[in-house]
Design a protein around this ligand. Structure first.
Ligand code: BEZ
Length: 201
C-alpha cells in the first residue's frame, strides 16, 4: 500500500497512527508530499481529484480518501474491531472521530489563514469564528474524557491528533488551562510509540 501524506497534516497523522497500531508499517509505503491550497500538487492530482492528503492506494490499486475512509479500510481489512468497535460503541467512536475532524478542519483553516493568506487579506472575525468551533469542541472532549476508558481506539487516536496539532501550530493557545481532564488524559497516552513516531516537528 502507498500513503501520500505530509508530516504536518493531522489528518494524515491519524492514518499513520492507525497503521502503527495495526502493525502495518512494513506494508505501507509513506510518501511525503508538499501540499498547498494555492499550488495544487500535480503528482497527487493524478490520483486524487481533490489533491488532498491523506490518500491511500491499496495493494489492489484502489485509491481511497479521506482519512476516515482510509482508517475504516485499514481496520476492516487488517484489524480486529479494536480500533472501531462493533455495537453501540461503534457510533460513539465514529462520532468522536467526526468531532475531532471538525475541530481539525477549523484549526487547519486558521493555519492557512494566518500562515498562507497575505496579511492584507486576513479577516479576524473569520479566525475568531473558527476558534469558537475549536474551543467548543475541546470543551465537549474535556467532558467526554470520563467515557474514554482504558482502550486506545480510533476516537482516542483522533483526539490525540487534535491535541498534537494544536500544540504544534497553536502552542500559545494554552488549551490545557481550560480543559484539565483532557490535558491529564493526554499525558497518559502521548508516549505511545504510534504517537511519538508520528509527532509533527
Ligand atoms: C500544516 O502545515 O499545518 C498542514 C500541512 C498539511 C495539511 C494540513 C496542515
Amino acid at each position: 500500500m502507498r500513503l501520500w501524506h505530509n508530516p504536518a497534516s493531522p489528518f494524515a497523522r491519524k492514518v499513520r497512527v492507525v497503521a502503527r497500531e495495526l502493525h502495518l508499517t512494513q506494508a505501507l509505503e509513506e510518501i511525503s508530499v508538499l501540499v498547498s491550497p494555492v499550488n495544487p500538487n500535480q503528482t497527487l492530482a493524478k490520483v486524487n481529484p481533490l489533491v488532498k492528503i491523506p490518500t491511500l492506494q491499496t495493494d489492489d490499486g484502489v485509491v481511497l480518501y479521506d482519512s476516515s475512509v482510509i482508517c475504516e479500510y485499514l481496520e476492516h481489512t487488517y484489524g480486529q474491531h479494536h480500533l472501531i468497535p462493533n455495537g453501540a460503541q461503534r457510533w460513539q467512536t465514529l462520532r468522536l472521530q467526526s468531532l475531532c475532524d471538525g475541530v481539525l478542519d477549523a484549526a487547519v483553516l486558521c493555519r492557512y489563514e494566518l500562515a498562507v493568506r497575505p496579511e492584507a487579506y486576513r479577516w479576524d472575525a473569520w479566525v475568531e469564528g473558527q476558534f469558537f468551533k475549536i474551543n467548543n469542541g475541546l470543551t465537549v472532549l474535556n467532558q467526554s474524557v470520563s467515557d474514554f476508558g482504558e482502550s486506545f481506539q480510533l476516537g482516542h487516536i483522533s483526539v490525540a491528533c487534535v491535541l498534537g496539532y494544536l500544540d504544534f501550530r497553536f502552542a500559545d493557545h494554552a488549551w490545557r488551562e481550560k480543559q484539565p481532564a483532557l490535558a491529564k488524559w493526554y499525558e497518559t497516552i502521548k508516549g505511545r510509540d504510534s504517537l511519538t513516531s508520528t509527532l509533527p516537528s
